[in-house]
Design a protein around this ligand. Structure first.
Ligand code: R5P
Length: 291
């Protein structure tokens, strides 16, 4: 098995190659044509071999690079192409909210799988998105990577900033053997949310080391409000942990100001990237495609 890392996921791709028993690893040669279009070429002897292509699609350029990479790998004669999209862009628009809108997640699934034999992604925003692929598709979880990090830190309590994260918080709570609860969240607009403690009885917050766990941190609005709420209720410390750290604009600095530490996995390049999903992605590849 060969592993090729796109420009958005080079380090993670190399980590995956190591987890696959030091599979040959490479990056494509790329340059820009005078009109700005991307040129790329993959090297190595890929003919008749299985190839893993790793590329998060945070930007439209990342997506285009992934599509070109997949085509290049097929043209190079790969036996099978396994496409790993650690952060799957456009996954939030998973249904038509208003007439005239596209179902962006679905159309991205269709295009990403075109030259793939299987797709692996990590913590998709919605459970339904995986079913939009017509080829084999698998979802790795960012929870084990974050649990590996949190096991080395003081943690008394897990908190999900919204009900959508209940299963995630429960799973982490099980792994760390700690209590958990979810906050009540009302989104005001894309930058602002209102958060409150749930009406149901919850574990005490005062003096506790709390971890706020989310799948993605985007503007940071949710985590900043959640951290402030926990501090108002006497939390002894607050850490923010997420699978996908987008940290738009000044999100990282704003979260840093109200938390003790920010942790994310390596699905996206960011300053909080401390744990890797490589073992979890490799485990799926080895389980599903052992030879
Ligand atoms: C919401 O469903 C997600 O789990 C995140 O809580 C949300 O996307 C975070 O966005 P932001 O950082 O912009 O508040």
């Amino acid at each position: 098995m060969h592993v090729i890392g796109g420009s958005a996921s080079t380090a993670l791709a190399e980590r995956i190659s190591r987890e696959l028993g030091n599979a040959p690893f490479g990056i494509p040669f790329t340059k820009r044509f005078p009109d700005g279009e991307l040129y790329l070429r993959v090297g190595g002897r890929l003919e008749g071999d299985d190839v893993v292509v790793v590329q998060s699609t945070r930007t439209d350029q990342d997506l285009l690079e992934l599509l070109l990479l997949e085509d290049a790998v097929r043209e190079a004669g790969a036996r099978r192409t396994f496409v790993v999209v650690p952060y799957f862009g456009y996954a939030r628009q998973d249904r038509r909210f208003f007439p005239g809108e596209p179902v962006s997640a679905r159309t991205l699934c269709r295009h990403v799988e075109l030259d793939a034999d299987a797709v692996i992604t990590v913590d998709l925003h919605s459970d339904q998105t995986l079913s939009q692929f017509s080829k084999p598709a698998f979802e790795a979880s960012g929870i084990p990577a974050l649990a590996r990090l949190l096991k080395e830190r003081p943690v008394d309590l897990l908190v999900s900033p919204d009900k959508g994260g209940i299963e995630r918080a429960k799973r982490m709570a099980q792994l760390l053997d700690r209590p958990w609860f979810a906050l009540e969240k009302k989104r005001i607009d894309s930058d602002h949310v209102e958060l409150s403690l749930p009406a149901t009885p919850i574990s005490p917050i005062a003096g506790k080391q709390v971890v706020l766990l989310d799948d993605v941190i985007t503007t940071g609005g949710t985590i900043v409000e959640a951290a402030r709420l926990l501090h108002r209720h006497g939390a002894g410390g607050v850490r923010a942990a997420c699978t996908h750290g987008l940290f738009l604009r000044d999100a990282f600095e704003r979260i840093k100001a109200v938390t003790d530490e920010i942790l994310s996995t390596d699905t996206l390049l960011n300053p909080a990237e401390k744990g890797s999903v490589a073992p979890d992605v490799a485990q799926i590849l080895l389980r599903e495609y052992p030879s």
